[in-house]
Design a protein around this ligand. Sequence first.
Ligand SMILES: C[S@@+](CC[C@H](N)C(=O)[O-])C[C@H]1O[C@@H](n2cnc3c(N)ncnc32)[C@H](O)[C@@H]1O
Length: 233
Amino acid sequence: MLTPNAINEQLTIPQEDSTTPVKPVEALTIYDLLKSKGITKTLEIGFAYGRSASHIMAATNSPHIAMDPFQDHYQNLGVQNVKTLGLSDQLELIRDFSHSVLPRFMEEGRKFEFIFIDGDHKFDGIFVDFYYSDFLIDEGGYLMFHDTWMRSTQLVLQFIRDNRKDYKEVPVPNKNMALFTKVNKKDDRDGMHFKEFYTLKSYTRHHTTMHMYENPNGLLRKMFLGLKKIMGK
Ligand SMILES: C[S@@+](CC[C@H](N)C(=O)[O-])C[C@H]1O[C@@H](n2cnc3c(N)ncnc32)[C@H](O)[C@@H]1O
């Protein structure tokens, strides 16, 4: 059995690009979720070095589809990693954009139990990935998003929370991920439905975090750390 530790020991990921894949602890969350739910039908947008894909395949022991138009920009290391791990037979890598592949899958009536959205990180890219993934997920299925620190991702997540009552958010132990399960087969909004999903809280939180990250010695960060200390956190 291929364990998450064994996967991470064998993956080749260039040091200068170490922030591109999910972190090992995040990959473990994916692995545990799939194993605990007995999920086998999986799809992934954004393959890169294959860390998330390898964990998905090791957890399900089933075929997995990933799409990424830029694998050659990664010197095909993702494909090589999967080969090293002995998982090539499980992987179908489609070297194309999600905005081309997902509508095709929808037309073909394909269905998945788990879709990992980690491709184009611009707002419209993530939103389109969510929009089409929704057609590919059945009731009880899961959609997972990475890079929730990004404002673009946060806005898509907030849109789902406020407008898509057919989805329920499931807590995950990682700050940089979000998970939703589809609780209703039908999206029963009428054609005029729109609920504002911009929140000042989320906007302020993002910009405060970014400011502290960019100014590690700034007053705001010092105050934040001081407050944390006082509160014993
Ligand atoms: C953050 S990386 C994915 C990391 C991977 N999920 C992991 O954790 O191992 C994002 C990937 O999405 C790919 N990508 C960017 N735009 C895309 C699109 N429109 N459709 C599919 N993949 C895309 C990039 O080439 C890149 O490899």
